[in-house]
Unconditional design. Structure first.
Length: 160
């Protein structure tokens, strides 16, 4: 009797689920990693400073204010007044006090007055914004109850 020898069939794994999972992970990490910059506004051109450095530890509670100018595509100011960019809204710095008061009240209701006072107000101001307007904004923040303030700048290049 003659025995037929047949080649063993090679079982191949279906890679479709593996590829799907890989793309889902890529999409997930792209979305998650983008949340770090949600408070940054591209309309604000931060000043450069050699002493600028990131905070040593992330802040627990933080209110970020983006202050700059309305500019055209070439970077020319359309209005001489500085504005606080609040989502799609633009609010003049002088008119921002009610919003700061509302932010403080929300924080006070969520975490208590002591935690609201300890919240850091981070000011990301365009390099062209006059210092007086930043001081006025800090004064408004102090009047509504905030105690801590931080200014953001880009790390400058070492000149040497």
């Amino acid at each position: 009797m003659k025995i037929k020898h047949s080649k063993a069939a090679v079982a191949e794994a279906d890679m479709t689920p593996m590829i799907d999972m890989t793309f889902q992970l890529i999409a997930f990490f792209m979305i998650v990693s983008n949340f770090e910059q949600t408070q940054a506004d591209e309309r604000v051109k931060l000043p450069a400073d050699q002493l600028a450095r990131p905070p040593l530890a992330p802040r627990e509670k933080e209110v970020v204010l983006n202050i700059g100018f309305l500019r055209n595509d070439k970077g020319v100011k359309l209005n001489p007044d500085a504005f606080v960019f609040y989502g799609d809204e633009t609010i003049r710095v002088q008119d921002y006090r009610p919003r700061l008061a509302r932010e403080f009240e929300i924080l006070k209701r969520q975490a208590g007055e002591e935690k609201a006072r300890e919240t850091t107000v981070t000011i990301r101001a365009d390099g062209d914004v006059p210092t007086g307007q930043i001081q006025e904004l800090i004064k408004m923040g102090q009047e509504v109850g905030f105690l801590k303030f931080a200014l953001k700048a880009k790390a400058g290049e070492d000149e040497g």
